[in-house]
Unconditional design. Sequence first.
Lengths: 101, 397
Amino acid sequence: MLAVVLMIAASTAGAASPGNDRQAALLYLLRQDCGSCHGSTLRGGLAPPLLPQSLAATPDDALIAAILDGRPGTPMPPWRFEINPDEAAWMVRQLKGGLAE
Amino acid sequence: MTTAIKPARLLAALLFLVAVSGAVGAEDLRGTGDLGIVIERTAGSVQVIETSGRTGLGRIEGLGDLSHASAAFSRDGRYAFVFGRDGGLSKLDLLTRRLVKRIVQAGNSIGGAISQDGSLIAVSNYEPGGVRIFDARTLAPVADIPAVYGANGARSKVVGLVDAPGNRFVFTLYDAGEIWIADMSQPDKPVITKFANVGLQPYDALITPDGRTYIAGLFGEDGLAMLDLWRPEAGVRRLLDHYGRGEEKLPVYKMPHLEGWARAGDRIFLPAVGHHELLVIDAETFAEIGRIPVHGQPVFAVARPDGRQVWVNFAHPLNDTVQVIDSQSLEIVHEFQPGSGVMHLEFTPRGENVWISVRDEDRVDIYDTASFARIGSIAADKPSGIFLTARANRIGL
């Protein structure tokens, strides 16, 4: 019972959304700075596209890990210094759900 | 009687009107040598600017996705060819400030160049990987060069496309690690020369202003790949191999850019990758002269046209700062913060001013390069690249 409560608490914490200002800042970062390599419309550039159909097959955890810790062997750098795990999870939900143009 | 006079009066009035409109036309005439464009990356527009009065002249809209857009100019400086990220190729008339023609020639593009004779426009594409070449007058397709490599026919993203003497284009295959020369002497029959195994993940390249030396930067390893176009038979040579030896590689939050402004006097200044340094090499021998520790990951290292200074901007999150390096002492002689999101720097043709785009502040600022004072500013919507028509007369720009 305690374990179940803890699990619910953990999953709720994992699903926490950043505040409105922070959401706007993260979306700006996504378009402008992630956009340097992924394209500001997220259709890809030197780095792969971040469109819902291109991300659908990859588990959330793997995408969150890529944001936080980068992808060795590729130019993708770690963003943990300015994006926390909850924010990365929120970004992955936004990307998988598709961002309005 | 009155019917006889009327046509005479009408004629006089018409002559007067022709004379007046002719005079207005003469006052409207202008050259193109002090014109340029500023890319407004998010809005998909371009602002036409002039560097004599330091003002914006107007906006040309509807150019698609201009994140990472760049431009080349017709040799008369009248037309700008803008290469958009979405594969768009737009021909702009800077005098009438109109879009002359726009085509979408690929799915995802990175840059382009104009041929030595001004007749051809080449675009480097990520998707489908390759180079496509168009008639500069009509934008009609002339040649298609798929960047196919390896045994299974894969196509590589193409970067570092420049023009070279002999109506050639030189470019680099990011995924394949190859440098190709396309000789366009016969435009419908490109002759391709390929150089394989130049290094891992070449991310961009430049050609020196004399059109002789092509240098590709490598992301996947510490070093540069150099091709002497006067002696292509000598093959590609590695420069500054393992320049970061023993140092931990830092994350790179924006890929550096290599531009044809890298040469300052007898030295070439290039951003290191994953090291907060500028690399300085001898322009004759290509031996390392030194490394200059700088504020962050350099993005652009741009020599003032006289070669005395090199101005440097930096990757996120240190992109609010510009440093100025003396090309002789290799010391940082000035550092300042134009604002958040410094994207690009472009000198006026003789170098007395520099225009700096400050993306997050929606401004392009103009600085005096002797006093470092800010002497002007124009409003621009998320400005990125700044391209002046002086590029029309430079090899590799």
